[in-house]
Structures are given as C-alpha cells and as structure tokens.
Design a protein around this ligand. Structure first.
Ligand SMILES: Nc1ncnc2c1ncn2[C@@H]1O[C@H](COP(=O)(O)OP(=O)(O)O)[C@@H](O)[C@H]1O
Ligand SMILES: [Mg+2]
Length: 510
C-alpha cells in the first residue's frame, strides 16, 4: 500500500479537512481515499489553504528573515467533500464520516476497480494530480439515458465525440451512431490531428458518410408528406397545416410541385381552386414556405436519404451526416427531418414489431450546436422529445454545446451522463454547477480544466464527478490498431478514390 499523504484534522458532516504532509502535492478536484477503521471513504478536494501556527508578530519576523521558527510552524490544510463509503466491499453514499487523525491516501489502481469507473465506451483515464490512472468510460446502456458534452470552443468536445463514436463502431451491430457534423470535422479529423472516422479500421464496412454536396444526400419533395411540414417549419400554423393536408389529399404525392406551379402561374386563386379553400393570407404563407425550400437539397423526386439512413442504422452502421456549408436554417431542417425519421422508426418498431425492435442497435444521436435545438425560448424540436421520452426505445441523445445555459432545464435534467470540459463563461459555469448533482463545489475547477480534461458524471453508475483526461483520438487509433486489429494503416481515401476511378474508366472502355 502506498504511503499516506496526510491526516484528518477536522470533520463536519460531509466536509473533511486534513493536513497535507510536507512534500506531498494535490490538485483541485483530485479524489482521495481516507482509511477509517475497517471502512474507507472517498472524497474530492475542493479547497486548500496555506497557514501557519505563528502569530502575526512571529510571522513578520520570519518573513523578514530575522528569526526562524522551524519547519512545523506552517502547514497546508486541505478541504474535501465525501462522496462514497466502502464498507465490507460494498460501495454506497456515505452513511457516516471519518475520525480525527484518520490517514489520507492518493487513489490507486485498486481504488479504480472499487469505484467501477471502466466502461465499454472508454473515454480516457482518471486524472490524479499530475498522473493518470486506469481507464474511465461509460456503458452502452448509458446511451439511452441521454448524455451531453459541454465546454467552450477548443476545450476538446469534438475529440470526445470521435472517441465515443469510434467505439460505437467497434460495438456494431449492438450499437450505432447517428452524427450530425456541423463543422465538417469528423470524417477527416480536421483540426484534431488529421485523423477522423475515415481512419477507423472498420470505416468501410460500418460507417456511411453523407454530405450535402453529393446526390445521395437529397430529400425528394414527394417524400414530404404534410405532417412533416411541422418538422421543417416549426412556426407553421394550424390553418396552413390543414391547407397542406387538403392539397395533398387532392393532388397526391406530387402535391408540392403542382401547387407551386399553379401558384406561380395563377397566383393564390389557382391554389384556392385546387384546395377549395380561399384564405389568401394562409395560402400565401404556405406557398412562400414551399417555394423557399432549397432546390438542390429538396429536388422533385421520391428519393429520401433519410430512408437510407434508417436502413443503415438498423443494421448497426453508423451514419455520419456532414451538414457543413449550408445555411443554418437548412441545417436545422435536414437535422430535424433525419432525426424524426430515425426516431419514429424505433418507436414504430417498438409498438408494432417488438421482437424485431430488440434486434435494433442501441442508438446514440450526436448533435452539435444542441443549444439551437433545445432552447426553451425557441419552438420545440424532436430533440427535446427524444431526450424526454425515447429512453424506452433505446434511442439516446448526445447533446454537444458550448452554451449549456441555453438548454431547457427539463431536458438538461434528463442528461444522465455529462462530460464537462473547460467552461469560462460565468453564466454557463453557474448553470452547470447548479443543475448537476455532485458539482456544487466545482465552479473554479470547471474554469481551470485544460484541453481534453473533463469531469464525468454518469448516473446511476458514476454518481460523482470523476476527473478524467480524454484520450486524443489519433492516439487511441494507434493503440487500437496495435492491440485489436493488427492491421496496417489504411490507405488515404483519395488514393482509393483514384483507384476506383481507374477501375470505372477501364469498365467504360468495354
Ligand atoms: N484529449 C486531448 N488531448 C490532446 N489534444 C486534444 C484533446 N482534445 C482535444 N485536443 C486538441 O485540442 C484542439 C481542440 O479540440 P476540439 O475537440 O476541436 O475542441 P472543441 O470541439 O471543443 O472546439 C484540437 O486541436 C484537438 O486536437
Ligand atoms: Mg468542436
């Protein structure tokens, strides 16, 4: 057993203070163990004070170098908050507290096992002061309990997304990911060491990539049934919905194209004639919405890539949807339509084909810019619905945002796994610490975190804030390749594209 680093000086409720031995070091947030008779307690460091036993006059004389009062006259006093108790190998919330002069130790690898911090989806390592100890991660069953990654720009959120989704790919077909990539970073790992999901050894068999520049990412107008309009236009009113339904009933699947043509040629009267409905304002409001749909993303066809996404996810194939390069309004439309389609599929399967539903992979939807979709001051989207009610269908949400304070508190409370990274903005820090259990003393700590450092909470398994260092994705790939796959590095995509092109050209000659 390692040497103790201090001894308890005072205990009050769940707060303990201890003297730190000379030459021992600790840091804010570090987890320590206190041995007390046959029990152990685990606590987090929340405060430190340097004090001396000298009176002011003696201190002055010592500071001026006129007198020396010996090495034991000053001491470091540490405050920590108890969060767990171990009693005959059972772990629980503290039922009591340690005694005066009980000894304090640093965390060891054994403690890590006791606290059961490892998981199928490994995020990184436990931080203990300057050192990192064993793996910390969450299990797949934590995904439908919803999660969130919070931290300012540059704190390491996208890297954490890569770590989690890479391991979902490893777990296929038990689990799958649906990722909305707003910045176009995850495929190639732009700004994350140049390694992205396409460098994952299973990329070609277990991942589908969609991007707005390609034909395969289109949503045909004929697939836009009237009930989907609310997803596209959250502010659509009841009269417009009714008008849409009527147009669809009379014109069939080509309703949008036909109504648009009529409107352009004959104006609102032409549409009124088709629908048997004559309110000019309502007709104009609906038609202006339909006319402003981006013609590239929404061509007049009956193909929708959402169907393709559903088929792939059902087979455990992770879908990466790159929506960089289109307007934020269009991003919102694509994201909501896709998520609604996939989530509804899970729900419908659960309701009508329960046995088949059991075969579906547990799904995690990664949503960057989550504050734009979960803001209580904006119209509700499918995502608040997913967070609040889709647990039983095994659909999980991973809400990623630098602005947690803009997330609806009801939704925030449902995110049982939280990865909290460096956050400087006071409003966001306050929101995080106020609304997350076990974080009430960690305000300063959240501000001081370094890139890639985080506090992890994952209820019910991890019921306290674990300080972790998230693994850098390129490093993870390296170790993974060595251990698991024993594969040589995959060829870059461009090179493969080149080969494909040559094969195609050769084919065309015959
Ligand atoms: N755990 C980590 N270890 C080392 N470097 C990291 C780690 N996490 C992120 N980085 C680096 O920090 C930078 C910002 O990370 P990123 O994940 O893009 O942050 P965010 O998405 O929060 O803006 C990137 O250059 C990335 O490579
Ligand atoms: Mg990012």
């Amino acid at each position: 057993m390692s040497k103790h680093i201090g001894s308890i000086s005072e205990v009050k409720g769940d707060k303990v203070s201890f003297f730190l031995n000379k030459k021992s070091t600790l840091s804010f947030g570090q987890i320590i163990r206190i041995n007390s008779d046959t029990n152990s307690f685990y606590a987090r460091v929340v405060n430190a004070q340097s004090k001396s036993t000298l009176d002011t006059g003696e201190q002055l004389r010592e500071a001026e170098g006129r007198e020396n009062f010996g090495p034991y006259s000053c001491y470091k006093n540490i405050e920590a908050i108890l969060f767990l108790e171990k009693r005959s190998n059972k772990i629980r919330s503290p039922t009591f507290n340690p005694n005066y002069m009980d000894r304090v130790y640093r965390m060891s690898v054994e403690d890590l096992k006791v606290l059961r911090l490892a998981g199928e989806l490994r995020m990184g390592n436990l931080r203990s002061g300057e050192h990192t100890l064993g793996n910390v991660g969450i299990n797949i069953d934590a995904m439908p309990r919803m999660m969130g990654i919070f931290g300012m720009t540059g704190s390491g959120k996208t890297n954490t997304e890569l770590m989690i989704n890479a391991q979902l790919i490893d777990q296929s077909p038990r689990a799958a990911g649906l990722i909305f990539d707003f910045a176009g970073q995850l495929l190639t790992g732009k700004e994350i060491g140049g390694k992205g999901l396409r460098n994952h050894p299973l990329f070609f068999s277990k991942v589908r990539f969609y991007n707005t520049k390609e034909e395969k990412m289109r949503i045909g107008l004929q697939t836009l049934l009237p009930w989907k309009l609310r997803t596209l236009f959250p502010d659509i009113g009841y009269p417009q919905s009714r008008l849409a339904k009527e147009l669809h009933r009379r014109l069939g699947k080509g309703w949008i194209e036909e109504a648009r043509e009529t409107y352009i040629v004959k104006g609102h009267k032409g549409v009124a004639d088709i629908a048997g409905y004559s309110n000019k304002a309502v007709i104009e409001a609906l038609m202006s919405k339909l006319l402003h749909l981006n013609p590239t993303l929404f061509p007049p066809s009956n193909y929708s890539f959402v169907e393709d996404v559903i088929v792939n996810i059902s087979q455990g194939i992770t879908c990466l949807v790159d929506i960089s390069g289109i307007s934020s309004e269009e991003q919102r439309r694509v994201v909501c339509l896709t998520a609604t389609g996939v989530a509804n599929h899970y729900k419908k399967m659960w309701e009508t084909k329960y046995e088949d539903w059991k075969q579906l992979p547990t799904l995690l939807i990664t949503l960057e810019e989550a504050h734009e979709f979960l803001d209580p001051n904006k119209p509700k989207t499918i995502f608040s619905n997913i967070a609040l009610t889709y647990r039983k269908y095994r659909v999980g949400l991973n809400a990623v945002t630098p602005r947690p304070s803009r997330i609806n508190p009801d939704v925030f409370a449902e995110l049982w796994t939280k990865v909290i990274m460096k956050t400087e903005l006071k409003a966001d820090r306050g929101y995080l610490t106020k609304n997350t259990p076990y974080l009430e003393y960690s305000d300063t700590e959240v501000k001081m975190l370094d890139i890639g450092e985080a506090l992890l909470i994952s209820e019910p398994k991890i019921r306290f804030a674990v300080p972790i260092k998230v693994t850098h994705y390129p490093k993870y790939l390296e170790s993974k390749r060595r251990i698991d796959y024993n594969l040589p590095a995959s060829k870059p995509l461009d090179e493969m594209d080149g080969n494909l092109k040559r094969i195609l050209e050769a084919g065309e000659k015959f």
